[in-house]
Write a protein that binds this ligand. Sequence first.
Ligand SMILES: NC(=O)c1ccc[n+]([C@@H]2O[C@H](COP(=O)([O-])OP(=O)(O)OC[C@H]3O[C@@H](n4cnc5c(N)ncnc54)[C@H](OP(=O)(O)O)[C@@H]3O)[C@@H](O)[C@H]2O)c1
Length: 289
Amino acid sequence: MAGTQRVAVLGLGGMGRPMAANILRAGLPTVVWNRRPEPARQLGGQGAEVADSPAEAVRRADVVITMVTDADAVVSIAADLGMLAAMAEGVIWAQMSTIGVSGTERIARLVTEQRPDVVLLDAPVAGSRGPAEQGKLVVLASGPEQVRDRIGPVFDAIGQRTVWVGPAGSGSRFKLVNSLLLAFIAEGLAESIAFGHALGLDRAAVVGALQGSPLVSVWADEKLQRIGQDDYSPQYPLSLAIKDVNLALLEVDVDRFAVANSLAAQWQRAVDHGLGGEDLTVITRVLQH
Ligand SMILES: NC(=O)c1ccc[n+]([C@@H]2O[C@H](COP(=O)([O-])OP(=O)(O)OC[C@H]3O[C@@H](n4cnc5c(N)ncnc54)[C@H](OP(=O)(O)O)[C@@H]3O)[C@@H](O)[C@H]2O)c1
């Protein structure tokens, strides 16, 4: 039955941990694993079963979620650490990390070669740590239609909305579209605020004047408030944001996407200066100096 799905969540970083907590809160039996044991131990205190390895985590699961940094990490867990081999027949694997188009193709090949009975869903999310904590992510789901009822309660626990966008591989494509738009909005905020600074304008006054403008989305407004308070603590760390822009650029002729390419170079310089762990809005601070 859909409501009794046993869920394994592998990868308990800034996103995976609140996602697992919300699955638990929805009443679904949840087993968790993380490379560093501490985040799993914390969820253990909230009622999750804690596994010592990916293989142990998935052994009795009906649904497996991976939420780790990149495609190499997913492959390491799935192949090297025995996740795929340990899964029961017909289990759903919802791969929710942002790994781009070629990363997702790599994972799909792995499943075809090693466990063709496993149902792979390519289901990255839009929304950062705040929405993850509030269960308000948007799940960009893709994969076989016949498992939608089974996965429904799990995605409902994580997100406010699940958008089914086509066969596996589509979710990652939509995610990159979202990531690129987000990058440009963040860059637009950073350059506009830094420009105001260069003109000698008071930052609080600029932020105040932009508030309520039709140009400023709910997301941008929240970022502006944080920029106004010099708060660059990570919601969406710059290192992950640039990873996503680079995943997008991998799929196109970079000469035609010259602005995105230049944005990536600017962000990379900031990461090289040690700012990768800050929120992507930290570019504002970089441009003001
Ligand atoms: N943060 C956001 O706003 C956001 C929004 C949408 C999508 N995403 C995507 O969601 C994914 C996770 O993001 P996050 O913010 O949770 O990242 P994070 O806080 O940096 O956490 C990364 C997670 O990946 C694990 N990991 C990394 N390399 C690993 C490896 N080789 N083997 C096993 N585990 C490994 C880490 O384990 P340890 O704890 O042991 O290091 C940790 O659990 C990324 O693909 C990101 O692009 C993030």
